[in-house]
Design a protein. Structure first.
Length: 142
């Protein structure tokens, strides 16, 4: 036999449900706000000395909401311009895709003073910073 819940217990259920929904909405909003608008200022003319190769693997971690694959040794990168946060390099032989949802977002590396400081999301014109900056073991391509 089913018993009726009291108005007080029903109110408690509604309050708990609404609290959970508000918490989830706040989490989703925080993920959306982890990128910063950024304007790419393209390089005047690509120079050969602006092409680089990674000498060893690099594992970096971005802000919550974005996963980044391991950057493989031997991948080649070309300087394409700069944003306020640093110099932007695009991959030559492959694509760099970041994110936790499908479709992933196309990205380029952002480097400042030899450190990986984050990524530039090309389609969104936005910057996502790295949780911890990592040294980029660059070698110039001759």
């Amino acid at each position: 036999m089913r018993t009726q819940s009291s108005p007080r217990s029903r109110l408690t259920e509604v309050v708990i449900t609404m609290s959970c929904l508000m918490f989830l909405a706040a989490c989703a909003t925080n993920i959306q706000k982890t990128s910063t608008p950024a304007e790419l200022r393209p390089a005047a003319a690509p120079a050969q000395d602006e092409m680089r190769i990674l000498a060893e693997d690099v594992q970096a971690h971005l802000r919550p909401g974005y996963e980044m694959p391991r950057l493989r040794s031997g991948t080649r990168w070309r300087y394409v311009g700069r944003i306020d946060q640093g110099r932007v390099f695009e991959p030559i032989d492959t694509a760099l895709a970041v994110g936790t949802v499908i479709p992933k977002r196309q990205a380029n590396l952002v480097e400042r003073d030899g450190l990986l400081v984050g990524v530039f999301l090309t389609n969104e014109s936005a910057f996502v910073d790295a949780r911890v900056m990592r040294t980029l073991p660059w070698r110039r391509i001759d």
